[in-house]
Ligand binder design. Structure first.
Ligand code: ADP
Length: 407
């Protein structure tokens, strides 16, 4: 079965087409500037070097998905004969609140539940819903599956997810920690167990998803028991442009001093803080490392703050799990920034974490990068959220097709 994976943002859309009978990628692409001037689709067919670029106005997500389908069935750049060859569509959906702890086939009830979650993810769930509606319209009858960023973290115990604020706010508004990047944390934890030749049920794992957005999770016997992001993805680690957790009183203080609204300050904490805010240079770790090498002190400070926060969570989660078997690095920074991995693991030998500086010189492929005498295995694992989405979509839609046949 061919599965189309869709990840809709407000003005962009990423997609991948996979053949799930052999789990291989056939094509991938991105549509940018949806609903703006200069909309553009860039499509890459596996094995073909030249990219297929379409520059046409795309006023909304339906326009964009129609162009994606055109590219996928294009006689020279496409990978399927026609639309009916697409067996199922998997959608990355950011927030499912407490409603779902796993992926689901999308039906009316699921759409309603996701609409109810818009309050919890006002930036993310609306474009996800637009993508689902567009696919339902353009591909009627093709099973659609939702795979949630929050689902993997639903196993957290109440003491991990409860904020120490009046309990009625949890009851009335669902204010609690949810966590994000769940698909990635789950994928790399499963891969780590496989690479170590162990059952995930026997392991205590800390997964560090360090990208532009970043989070750390504690995974005990395959279940997430804690994670650094919270009610929103603003919490936890310092990130590319996000502050991570700050003293909440700072928000009102800045609003008063700078004569800005609460909305403005939250925007600053989301978009002008983190590595960009501290360094004044960039949110991109490559730029920060370059600035560091030129002696830029604030870039150096930003990188130190980042590493400090990651170490802080690693320490906390080791204690929470009463030990650690595997420490995993993934996502843009975790996969590529050799220096950052080195700084994070620096001088942790006394707690059993010993990075091998030679094995650590790796990018783009899975590797065990700890020293042979390290009690904790350290792994670098490129994440593959699309594969997890495609696997769940394949499994659920096969089940649905089987059930329909049985009727
Ligand atoms: P997201 O999906 O959250 O946008 P990614 O996981 O794609 O983020 O990570 C993107 C980030 O990875 C970039 O902003 C950059 O900081 C970092 N990155 C990518 N390549 C490198 C590299 N070679 N060295 C250091 N950092 C890198």
């Amino acid at each position: 079965m061919k599965v189309l994976v869709i990840n809709c943002g407000s003005s962009s859309l990423k997609y991948q087409m996979l053949d799930m009978t052999i789990e291989s990628l056939l094509a991938k692409g991105i549509v940018e500037r949806i609903g703006m001037t200069g909309s553009m689709l860039t499509h890459e067919k596996v094995g073909v070097e030249e990219k297929f670029v379409v520059k046409e106005e795309m006023n909304d997500h339906k326009d964009a998905i129609a162009k994606v389908i055109d590219a996928l069935v294009d006689p020279s750049h496409g990978v399927v004969k026609n639309m009916s060859c697409i067996g199922a569509v998997g959608h990355r959906v950011v927030h499912a609140g407490e409603k779902y702890s796993g992926s689901v086939i999308i039906d009316k009830d699921v759409i309603e539940a996701l609409e109810e979650c818009i309050d919890l993810a006002p930036l993310h769930n609306p474009p996800n819903l637009l993508g689902i509606a567009a696919c339902q319209e353009l591909m009627p009858g093709t099973p659609q599956v939702a795979v949630f960023d929050t689902a993997f973290h639903q196993t957290m115990p109440p003491e991990s997810y409860t904020y120490a604020i009046p309990y009625e706010y949890y009851e009335k508004y669902g204010i609690r920690r949810y966590g994000f990047h769940g698909t990635s944390h789950k994928y790399v934890a499963d891969r780590a167990a496989y690479m170590l030749g162990a059952s995930i049920d026997d392991l205590k794992i800390i997964t560090c998803h360090l990208g532009n957005g970043a989070s750390v999770s504690a995974i005990k016997r395959g279940k997430c028991i804690d994670t650094s992001m919270g009610f929103t993805p603003l919490a936890g680690l310092a990130m590319g442009t996000r502050s991570g957790s700050v003293d909440p009183a700072i928000i009102q203080f800045i609003a008063e001093k700078e004569d800005r609204s609460i909305d403005d300050v939250l925007n600053i904490l989301n978009k002008e803080s983190g590595m960009l805010g501290i360094s004044g240079v960039s949110s991109d770790f490559r730029d920060l490392e370059a600035a560091l090498n030129e002696g830029n002190e604030r870039a150096a400070l930003a990188l130190k703050v980042f590493a400090h926060r990651v170490r802080y969570y690693i320490g906390a989660y080791m204690l929470e799990m009463n030990g650690l078997d595997a420490l995993v690095f993934t996502a843009g920074v975790g996969e590529n920034d050799i220096n950052m991995r080195d700084v994070i693991c620096n001088e942790l030998g006394n707690v059993g974490i010993k990075l091998d500086p030679v094995k650590n010189r790796v990018r783009g492929r899975e590797a065990i990068i700890s020293r042979d005498d390290s009690k904790v295995s350290i792994l670098m694992i490129p994440t593959n959220e699309e594969l997890v989405i495609a696997r769940d979509t394949y499994a659920l839609s096969n089940k649905k097709i089987g059930l329909n046949r049985g009727k």
